[in-house]
Design a protein around this ligand. Sequence first.
Ligand SMILES: CC(C)(COP(=O)(O)OP(=O)(O)OC[C@H]1O[C@@H](n2cnc3c(N)ncnc32)[C@H](O)[C@@H]1OP(=O)(O)O)[C@@H](O)C(=O)NCCC(=O)NCCS
Length: 465
Amino acid sequence: MFARFVVPTRASAARFAATQYRFASTKSLRDTLKDIIPAKQEQLKKLKTEHGQTVVGDVKVENIIGGMRGLKAMLWDASVLDPIEGIRFHGLSIPDCQKVLPPAPGGKEIIPESMLWLLLTGQVPTSEQTRQLSRELAEKGDLPKFVEQLVDELPKTLHPMTQLGIGVAALNHDSAFQAAYEKGMKKTEYWAPTLEDCLNLIARLPALAARIYRNVYKPGTELPAINKDLDLVGNYTNMLGYGSNQNLTEYLRLYIALHGDHEGGNASAHTAHLVGSTLSDPYLSYSAALFALAGPLHGLANQEVLRWQLAMQQELGDKITHDDIRDYLWKTLKSGQVVPGYGHGVLRNPDPRFIALQEFCQARPELKESPIVQLVNKTFEVAPDVLKEHGKTKNPYPNVDATSGCVLYHYGLTEFKYYTVIFGVSRALGALTQLVWARALGLPIERPKSLSLDALEELIKNQKQ
Ligand SMILES: CC(C)(COP(=O)(O)OP(=O)(O)OC[C@H]1O[C@@H](n2cnc3c(N)ncnc32)[C@H](O)[C@@H]1OP(=O)(O)O)[C@@H](O)C(=O)NCCC(=O)NCCS
């Protein structure tokens, strides 16, 4: 049995055809990484020694005062975001991934395990390799008792994202990286305990996230034990209490796999990278990332979208026309608020993740007929034109959050304050992959140079002279 190896791609990964693989062996995840790390280290060394002084772009004042938008200043290998085409994972577009990444037994959708394998190694795993990873994660998935007690003691009124961040930080009690660092290890060895921490954390996220859900929304109900024969999301949905709903399980597999990575500059991924660059362990680094994800301009947008669409539904009633939606959009904009689920820091087209989730809905009659799914679709038919007319947003199209919550809502997972937690379970795939590679490549602590307003003015004055 052979895995397919993705041909390394360059900037125009775009033109990558999903058929261009070469065969690779059936190694374990750790052995695969051991094989490919030296070549990447060599690639980095060559870039550093031979091209260290090559200019990549200009830094303009607008970059400095505009949240570093568009600055090419970060190394992130697993995915690249093209403004028009959207995300590619090691060169594979979302439709490519849907064709080649193994699903769960009996399922059709991509699962986080196959996406994680692709992100970490650049290779498409076999079904067997994916199964093995699922089993390993299930075996590692139980929370330490003290973390269960800690989370159980938190006030139920504390936002679920805050609870998730606290729980993840506390898991660093068992950090393999921290223990090995304290004992003393060579820099070249950092990546191995980092990988162990990352796999442990990904394995434990479903139990932690489901425990928070049960504590806050279904207090007193039993949490089922982890089933070693189920994949990560199969167990997650089961622990949430929706295990009998195969459609919801499939949706969550797709959603969590697709949300896993969106290159490095987004706030949560970047936070994990920044904190990790101090050699803080993966638990602390990812905990910090979760608090970035908890902001309404980033991960919390999926909660905000649903709140906004439900308020629209409540105000306008059951028979909502395009004109009604247009008026509602203008009302939102005129009140100085953003339209949640629309716009993006990089994308300049509808988000392909939005399209993939929409296609999931269109393929299922019960979702096609769901009033909330229909409302999201109708909003999509109107909002881009309104946002274009409004004239501020650089990208008037929907991002993934425009649609991610409505399916959960339709299937009865209606507690939308919880939605960003699901995103938090997902984003670990990409952020933690990068931590492994940052250690394998020996990347340094991040330390950009900042300038004061006066210093900027001085610089401009000097350039004019
Ligand atoms: C995602 C987002 C934060 C990107 O921000 P950005 O890169 O600064 O976006 P732009 O460069 O297009 O912003 C230019 C202007 O348009 C506004 N704008 C952007 N998206 C908007 C939206 N959906 N509704 C109304 N106004 C919007 C910005 O607030 C900004 O206004 P300002 O000049 O008064 O400050 C922004 O589009 C947004 O707030 N969207 C809604 C929240 C959301 O869906 N977040 C999830 C992202 S995956």
